[in-house]
Design a protein around this ligand. Structure first.
Ligand code: PMP
Length: 365
């Protein structure tokens, strides 16, 4: 017996951790800093760590089915109804739920190229097809309604990423509204705001709610995660924000107990620690400005907690930078050869990244 034919499915290329890299290179983990997976350099909020500790002794029990207190806290934060919040096992889990709730076998979704690989992977798991629109390097990776609509052909979901991984570019709310208005009534526009806290723009939740001069739309959803600004990537917690009419579908697509009790307790504590999030966002802003100012190569303007830098042979540069103790991400697997993505670190980590990358660029030239 063999698995079914999976040749259309590509494996997700996860960034490797410090331990793994150090083991492979026969070095001490303390020699490395990892700036490759857009993690929070300040770690989780101490309140979240405490909540995990307190929950640890009761993990013999299943998670509470509804996680009502977390859902309510998130809904309050956005001024929404609780049932519009679909908690999931990371933003990745929320991507799955949206496909499950939307895509019939053989229907397509429209995804950005370059872009986050899991949209396409998840659509295929749900027996959907994938078409792409281009976020063009020649246009500085600008995202507009036109760049998307030019390729739209009745897909069931249009995936927008703002800030976009790995380029850091954003799409204006007017353009998102334009995309939603121009796409058919059977198309859901999902705005992935995994990096939303770091952006200077307002959230697309305004479009769902009819705030800030927009009419309320029932064909827009938003994705958020606790993995980045909240520093909780390891516990896996994210959510989709859906139109009110979609609320009931959640009970039908939700994997049993997908959001763990540890994740939800940690998430609730993290949500209440504004200082930690504010500090994290401030660090990212300072770090990305420093990298733009001091990296001696082209660095695109970014509203995420990372920057994209043009480096030529990205695989060689990433390998050599790693050998010198700074792990960055070769962007070939995002469909973007010739670039590395560097996560915003603390001030000391950022300085080290700048010095190391600049030296590698000179030495490999
Ligand atoms: N969307 C984007 C654009 C991402 O970069 C990521 C994580 N790399 C995710 C969603 C999913 O994040 P998570 O599952 O950790 O919440």
């Amino acid at each position: 017996m063999q698995p079914r034919d999976l040749s259309d499915h590509v494996a997700y290329e996860a960034g490797r951790g410090i331990e793994e890299v150090a083991r492979e290179l026969g070095r001490n983990p303390s020699e490395f800093v990892k700036l490759a997976s857009n993690e929070n350099p300040h770690g989780p909020s101490p309140a979240a760590t405490e909540a995990i500790r307190e929950t640890a002794a009761s993990v013999n029990g299943y998670p509470k089915a509804a996680h009502a207190d977390l859902t309510e806290a998130i809904a309050d934060q956005w001024g929404l109804v609780d049932a519009q919040i679909w908690l999931a096992n990371g933003g990745d889990g929320a991507i799955d739920y949206l496909h499950r709730a939307t895509v019939e076998p053989g229907e397509d979704v429209l995804v950005p190229d370059p872009g986050f690989a899991y949209y396409g992977m998840s659509a295929r798991f749900h027996h959907g097809g994938v078409t792409e629109y281009t976020i063009s390097r020649a246009d500085g990776f600008a995202q507009t309604a036109e760049t998307v609509l030019e390729h739209y052909d009745g897909e069931r979901i249009v995936w927008l990423t703002s800030p976009h991984n790995p380029t850091g570019s954003t799409i204006a709310l007017d353009d998102i509204e334009h995309v939603a208005a121009e796409t058919g009534e059977d198309t859901l526009v999902v705005v992935d705001e995994a990096y939303g806290e770091f952006a200077d723009r307002d959230s697309a939740v305004s479009l769902l709610e009819g705030r800030n001069g927009f009419d309320a739309r029932d064909d827009v959803a938003v994705l958020r995660t606790f993995s980045k600004a909240y520093g909780l990537a390891g516990v896996r917690l994210g959510y989709a924000i859906v139109p009110e009419a979609w609320s009931e579908a959640y009970t039908r697509v939700n994997t049993p107990f997908a959001a763990s009790e540890l994740a939800c307790r940690a998430g609730l504590a993290a949500l209440e620690d504004d200082d930690h999030v504010n500090r994290t966002v401030e660090t990212a802003r300072e770090s990305r400005a420093a990298m733009r100012d001091h990296l001696e190569t082209h660095v695109w303007e970014s509203e995420g907690n990372f920057v994209l830098a043009a480096v030529g042979d990205a695989s060689a540069v990433a390998e050599e930078t790693q050998a010198r103790g700074v792990i960055v991400r070769d962007c070939s697997s995002f469909g973007l050869p010739g670039c590395v993505r560097v996560t915003c670190g603390t001030e000391a980590e950022t300085e080290r990244a700048i010095e190391t990358l600049n030296a590698v660029l000179v030495d490999l030239d």
